[in-house]
Ligand binder design. Structure first.
Ligand SMILES: [Zn+2]
Ligand SMILES: [Zn+2]
Ligand SMILES: [Zn+2]
Length: 144
């Protein structure tokens, strides 16, 4: 089964209607290996109305087909995601984004909930920096 078919299967399992527009948006999304904006998808899926693109992106976010990445300049991008809740390392120099395996702030969320009596429903955490390639990183042992 292709990735496109498996996403369509998941939507069907969740009782979402599969339309040619939705399939066009999903295909455009899956063609990306890096991060992209909703505007990129609007441009690529030309036959699909903007509102449908936005609604479909929302749906794909909800079912964890894509994750959202907040870039350092404040723009919101998306990435194909193969895991559930996670955070990112974002290189501010080349724009490379790396998924982090786990959420490290579960303890903080529980403490906050206890201290504030909030029922915490979500959080957002990205790390910004410069990747090894952009730092021209030399192995530590070879440095003078
Ligand atoms: Zn991600
Ligand atoms: Zn970089
Ligand atoms: Zn988290």
């Amino acid at each position: 089964m292709s990735e496109l078919e498996s996403v369509i299967r998941r939507l069907e399992d969740l009782d979402h209607r599969i339309t040619p527009s939705r399939v066009a948006v999903i295909a455009a999304v899956l063609a990306h290996s890096g991060h992209f904006s909703v505007e990129d998808i609007v441009r690529q899926a030309r036959a699909v109305g903007r509102a449908t693109v936005f609604r479909t992106m929302r749906l794909l976010t909800d079912i964890d087909v894509v994750c959202r990445v907040l870039l350092e300049d404040g723009s919101l991008h998306y990435r194909v995601s193969r895991r559930g809740h996670h955070h990112h390392l974002v290189c501010v120099s080349c724009g490379n984004v790396q998924d982090l395996d786990e959420c490290a702030v579960g303890g903080l969320v529980r403490e906050l909930a206890a201290a504030t009596e909030y029922e915490i429903e979500g959080h957002w955490l990205e790390f910004y920096g410069r990747c090894a390639a952009c730092r021209g990183a030399v192995p530590v042992g070879a440095r003078r």
